[in-house]
Design a protein around this ligand. Structure first.
Ligand code: GBH
Length: 500
């Protein structure tokens, strides 16, 4: 049967197909063989109470960029500047989620998610970053949270997914230490209003990305070469100024953790959502594993490592030399405020490494030319990162709880004659990565939940609407949503609490 001949009912039955084949077999021998096939794939289970969620961020889906008193953010400014975004796309309308959130929550319920990670747009709450809040902005998140709770989907809120109020950028943005305090005040206000229903808060999403891509450009190694990435506010700072912005970002995280603890209802949990740079041991033997662990600690020195250890590594400070950030001991204490969990975004390895006799003790291997890539130009395939990243977060920093806050890939979807989207590459990707995550959980790594990126296709930053990360396809002309085949894979995985 060719894919284009599947009917809607066939798809619904895909999961049961193996079982049906077993019961229709006629000889006892054939039946045993078939049943063995089914049983073998069954045990890749996750811990009880595991959160199966998907994620989005406000600028990428909400639209309504200037409604109900919202102030402009640095991403509004950046996307409105010609030449910054592929095809001149912007987030002005995006998925129109601001008006269609009920339909979107229903979609999540349909693909079996029991959690949802969304972000709050700071300038929707405080149009100028500080001062008077707009109650209408807060109201939107109140309605969204109520809708989620009613659907049995646990809300997980990110406070900063890169939308700095433009008014604060005009005063120096993250170069200005006052922004740190403004962020903590905003965090305090939001948790006071939402923590009766939102039990998990992420402070900041991907420190590395908004800091390094927004304030310099970043070169990423991929199969066959490197790619250059950029983002709002589109600055090119000196190394010293960049390190100071990094410091302000982790300080803002620490101050927000304290502000949240002071205001939130008892039992509210808080942590970061950082894109960990994970070195993967190409060969799993003790010396290579050790090399990968120390490489991972060093690569994350300005972000996760300082948050979890309360100091910058010697190598980071030595490498930076006169460009090292300026900080006090008090800053370090705030940055390392105790966390309830560590959230990590895992898409790819930073590199495959092997141990080396020469300093610093490891060697990064170039990716082979034919190493598989996903559709985003930076996206190197490397499912082992989904085992080693949580594993190292446990072994390096003894995290109490770990969330995978993002994992997923872009696909070049086509709508088949039957109206469906057969994203076999996404299912292959998710299965490979989830198998590695399950392996970590089986080792006793305290993984509590997984958020697939993304709930639906959306505004993929400088790639505009061309990179489709969703479990749900979105026609951006009509706003029609169509679940892809990967949504069925997700549903089956969540239902079984095991890799499907
Ligand atoms: C995440 O960004 C974002 O949180 C999300 O908004 C976005 O839509 C999603 O992933 C998909 O891109 O810096 O060496 O890790 C990730 C964007 C940032 C991921 C740069 C890859 C390059 C390699 N990317 N990163 S590295």
């Amino acid at each position: 049967m060719s894919a284009t001949h599947f009917t809607r009912r066939d798809i619904g039955k895909l999961a049961g197909a193996a079982t049906m084949a077993a019961s229709s077999a006629t000889t006892a021998g054939a039946q045993t063989a078939q049943r063995t096939d089914v049983a073998r794939s069954a045990p890749r289970r996750f811990p009880n109470g595991f959160f199966w969620g998907t994620g989005t961020s406000s600028y990428q889906i909400e639209g309504a960029w200037n409604e109900d008193g919202k102030g402009p953010s640095i991403w509004d400014t950046y996307a409105h500047t010609p030449g910054n975004i592929k095809n001149g796309d912007t987030g002005d309308v995006a998925n129109d989620h601001y008006h269609r959130y009920k339909e979107d929550v229903a979609l999540m319920k349909n693909f079996g998610a029991n959690a949802y990670r969304f972000s709050i747009a700071w300038p929707r709450i405080f149009p100028n970053g500080t001062g008077q809040p707009t109650l209408k902005g807060l109201d939107f998140y109140n309605r969204l949270v109520d809708e989620l709770v009613a659907a049995g989907v646990a809300p997980f809120a990110t406070l900063y997914h890169w939308e700095l109020p433009q008014a604060l950028q005009d005063k120096g943005g993250w170069q200005n230490r006052d922004t740190v305090k403004a962020f903590a005040d905003y965090a305090s206000y939001v948790t006071d209003k939402l923590s009766d229903r939102v039990r998990h808060f992420f402070t900041i999403n991907e420190f590395r990305t908004f800091v390094d891509l927004g304030h310099q450009v970043r070169e990423v190694r991929v199969a066959g070469g490197t790619v250059t990435l950029s983002g709002a506010p589109g600055l090119k700072l000196t190394p010293g100024d960049l390190n100071q912005v990094r410091h302000h970002a982790v300080l803002a995280h620490g101050m927000a953790v304290q502000a949240i603890r002071a205001k939130a209802k008892v039992g509210t949990k808080v942590g970061p959502a950082e894109v960990i740079l994970c070195s993967v041991p190409l060969i799993e033997s003790p010396e290579h594993i050790k090399a990968a662990r120390i490489a991972t600690r060093e690569a994350n020195a300005p972000f996760l490592t300082v948050m979890l250890e309360g100091k910058y590594t010697d190598a980071y400070l030595k490498d930076a030399g006169k460009d090292a950030p300026k900080f006090t001991d008090e800053d370090l204490k705030i940055i390392a405020s105790p966390l309830d969990f560590v959230g990590i975004n895992v898409y790819k390895p930073e590199a495959y490494v092997l141990a080396s006799d020469e300093a610093p003790g490891w060697r990064q291997l170039p990716y082979a030319k034919g190493h598989p890539m996903l559709s985003s130009r930076w996206h190197t395939m490397g499912p082992e990162a989904m085992y080693w990243a949580p594993k190292f977060v446990q072994s390096l920093w003894n995290a109490k709880e770990i969330y995978i806050t993002e994992n997923g890939c872009a696909t070049q979807d086509v709508i088949s004659d039957d109206g469906r989207i057969y994203d076999t590459d996404r299912i292959m990707f998710l299965r490979a990565y989830l198998t590695q995550l399950q392996r970590a959980a089986a080792d006793g790594v305290p993984v509590k939940g997984y958020f697939q990126w993304s709930t639906m296709d959306n505004f993929e930053w400088t790639s505009g609407f061309s990179d489709r990360f969703g479990l749900v396809y979105v026609d951006f002309k009509t706003q029609k949503r169509t679940p892809k085949l990967s949504a069925s894979f997700f549903r089956e995985t969540a239902r079984r609490n095991a890799v499907a």
